[in-house]
Design a protein around this ligand. Sequence first.
Ligand code: FDA
Length: 308
Amino acid sequence: MASSLLLAAARSARLRDAITALPPTRSVVDRFVAGEDLDAALRTVRDLTRHGLRVTLDHLGEDTTERAQADATRDAYLRLFDRLAADGLADGAEASVKLSALGRALPGDGASIALDNALAVAAAAHRGGMTVTLDMEDHTTVDSTLAVLGKLRAEFPSTGVAIQAMLRRTEGDLRDLVHEGSRVRLVKGAYAEPPSVAYQAKADVDRAYVRALRLLMEGDGYPMVASHDPRMLDIAKALAVRAGRAPGGHEFQMLYGIRTGEQRRLAAAGETMRVYVPYGVDWYGYFTRRLAERPANLAFFLRSLVSR
Ligand code: FDA
């Protein structure tokens, strides 16, 4: 109940303005967001890479309603790649991109604006020897995200995509995506979705995640196992062995600030471990989804408000 209210709140501009204005919000946000500017993000990248971790950077933003904002997001990614290269941090680095931040929902030609911006971002990543993965937003956007993925992959075959196990359509999508060279980030799914399109119970989502893992590990692509769930990680490791995957043939991914010790432990054990590093001022939607995932996060946030 609390989590569906929070997921609805994640889309409310009025709540966003109220919550982001509260001074104590900042310290709780810092747990999940690397900072509001590029310098802060790069400090975090340096720290993570010192611990043997790889990164995927998300310049925060979503549901863009103005063309100028969509183009500014594109330019923020171009600056990010320049700085990663200039600071010697490009090796193995990746960016995560939301098509809604690049203009997909703009009236009229939003789809082609988002595609052009995504092509510019992927081209800049490619020039710097880096990769891009498309985040997946709510279920209404899956077809358009996969269509953009196809166009990006035609020019930049290393472009990856996040796929949500909770969606009933996912196994079908994966059968089209498990070919050689494809990079698929498997997540459980962070959006409030109706029962007609998505499993609702955690046990059903977990079972769907395992079925999807099996398809990915037995396929010819590069699986990116994005979960903090110890059970899913163990099953992924076992399936990789059973499928005869060579070391380095898949990777694990977790979000910045969640199970940091486990991130370092996996990297130290020789696994490829990538941390999703969000940065920027537009952190409200991302932050609210993290609160929705775990009641303890919400309790911590509420305590910080009343203990002022
Ligand atoms: P689950 O929610 O079952 O959590 C397992 C355990 O992990 C919990 O018991 C707790 O210990 C820990 N944990 C999980 N979430 C936590 C939190 N917020 N705070 C503290 N502890 C937490 N989703 C999406 O819809 N589209 C996308 O593009 C992406 N992209 C993405 C990239 C990466 C790298 C990751 C790791 C995740 C995403 N997600 C996503 C989010 C994903 O869909 C999912 O909501 C979260 O990963 C939580 O699911 P878990 O698999 O961790 O399992």
